[in-house]
Design a protein around this ligand. Structure first.
Ligand SMILES: Cc1ncc(COP(=O)(O)O)c(C=O)c1O
Length: 496
């Protein structure tokens, strides 16, 4: 491409395309700066070419001279041009490496940015579903319209004032929130911990990333439930861990299948209170077997307790951590499901021996989280709003689940069989063996439903066909509307 400007003679006309550009870009000095910068970088204004004087350019572009002068000063400050006394402004000679290129197209020797092997690994694993808030019957959505927004706003405003007292760098999290969480867990979940053991994370997903990076070396095996939570696949893969799928039955994680064959595994990741997604509870016998295995092997168990607050037939079950004696269980809890998915606050309860190593790692990894939402949540909990909201939601979700079960039994008595569970925010409904649950869920998604296929949650074990249907976030009218949309899809796939 020909250079638009003769090296010695300033060709003011080459700036006229600027006039044709949209004049809406504000401020004008920034628009002119960008225009000249792009022309220099693309080589259209080659090194050592002379720019028009500020007076000339200001007249041509109907700008004030001060604006053009300001642009030239900015270009000079950033090294694009230099001003020669009594001679004018020139594109810097140092930019002679800049070859003219077609505008907006990269030069031939521009290589695509190289990503690490992690990107390739992530491309290989099951993609996660994206949630659209408008979808009905999403499995993990709370009743957002029931959230006490006004009270929350008060807590946020209070937190804004409290920030000035925060010491700033708490790698493990704000002490006020950690102490509230410790008190809540001791009182309601049978967990034995003090606040020093509580580490705040941005969602339990981050907690897993941090824990896996501290507990696994490349090639180490991790026992996971199958079916299970796919959100951990990426975190295991990131550190080069190898997933070992362990089947589930009505007593939960099959310790008999896992522990004899996989003595050398380094870690077990489980949802003992309510297996995700089937909802089965890990029996006491298996809990004790698992703890014995972990102690003998020097391994950790990560207990993902994602929604056990919502047990409808009695108080929440005692956590596995409570049986452990604070030795090898890392307990993970989240506020995403209880309060709001965008809260992005969760926590790990660490065995005392892991507190210092995790604290050190956290300082290097992200330096901890922003204090504002943590202080807001601490205040929300201290005012008793968290536990009262929980109590209300437990009642509401129980009613909503009863309604969903009733309507499904009425509408799909031949096609959907409920897989009983004692609580949660979704129900699992089995389809006749051999039915294509993925096709049904995909069509349902096109109809605005967030229903998931049960087979998606299986990894190596033979999948069962079924639907995972959320009820917590939806009132009766919404449940009716969702099921009405589902009816023709099911009838098409499974005629009665
Ligand atoms: C079983 C299970 N564990 C963990 C999580 C992740 O929660 P968070 O939003 O805190 O990352 C979820 C999310 O729904 C989940 O279903």
């Amino acid at each position: 491409m020909q250079a638009l400007v003769d090296k010695k003679q300033p060709h003011s006309e080459s700036f006229t395309p600027f006039l044709q550009q949209s004049t809406t870009q504000r401020p004008r000095y920034r628009a002119l700066f960008n225009y000249i910068q792009q022309r220099i970088l693309s080589g259209e204004l080659p090194a050592e070419s002379r720019l028009p004087s500020s007076r000339e350019l200001a007249e041509l572009l109907s700008l004030s001279r001060n604006t053009v002068k300001q642009v030239y000063e900015m270009l000079q400050a950033e090294g694009y041009i230099e001003t020669r006394h009594g001679d004018g402004s020139y594109v810097s000679p140092q930019l002679s490496l800049n070859q003219p290129t077609e505008q907006n197209s990269p030069a031939a020797d521009t290589k695509a940015v190289r990503l690490s092997a992690m990107n390739e690994q992530l491309e290989q694993i099951r993609p996660l579903y994206h949630q659209h808030p408008q979808q009905l019957l999403l499995p993990a959505i709370a009743a957002l319209d029931q959230f006490p927004w006004q009270q929350w706003q008060r807590s946020v405003s209070y937190a804004g004032k409290q920030m000035k007292f925060s010491s700033g760098r708490n790698f493990m999290g704000e002490p006020a929130l950690r102490s509230q969480i410790a008190a809540y867990l001791n009182a309601t979940r049978g967990i034995r911990c003090d606040m020093q053991q509580v580490m705040i994370c941005s969602g339990s997903q981050q907690g897993m990333q941090l824990a896996f990076s501290m507990l696994l070396d490349p090639g180490d095996k991790v026992l996971v439930e199958d079916p299970g939570f796919p959100g951990i696949d990426g975190a295991i893969s990131n550190v080069g861990g190898i997933k070992v799928s362990v089947p589930i039955d009505r007593q939960g994680f099959r310790t008999d299948a896992a522990l004899s064959d996989q003595q050398d595994a380094r870690l077990a990741f489980i949802t003992p209170s309510r297996n995700f997604p089937l909802g089965f509870t890990l029996s006491l016998e298996r809990r004790l077997q698992l703890l014995k295995w972990a102690r003998e092997q020097g391994c950790c168990i990560i207990e993902d307790d994602y929604d056990s607050e919502f047990r409808f037939d009695g108080p929440p079950l005692t956590a596995l951590q409570g049986l452990d004696g604070e030795h090898c269980v890392i307990y993970s809890g989240t506020f995403s499901r209880i309060l709001h998915p965008s809260m992005r606050l969760a926590y790990l309860v660490l065995p005392p021996a892991l507190v210092e190593p995790f604290n050190r790692m956290r300082g290097f990894m992200d330096g901890g989280l922003s204090s504002l939402p943590q202080l807001a949540l601490a205040d929300f909990m201290a005012r008793g709003l968290f536990t009262s909201h929980l109590r209300r939601m437990r009642k509401l979700y129980k009613t909503r689940r009863s309604y969903l079960l009733l309507r499904i039994a009425e509408t799909f008595s031949q096609q959907l069989i409920w897989e009983p569970s004692d609580g949660g925010m979704h129900g699992v409904f089995l389809l006749p063996p051999g039915s294509d649950d993925k096709a049904i869920a995909e069509q349902a998604m096109n109809e605005g439903l967030g229903i998931r296929p049960l087979s998606y949650y299986y990894d190596k074990q033979p999948p069962r066909s079924g639907l995972v249907i959320g009820f917590a976030g939806y009132n009766e009218a919404q449940i009716d509307s969702g099921l009405a949309r589902l009816k023709p899809i099911i009838e098409h796939h499974i005629p009665t």
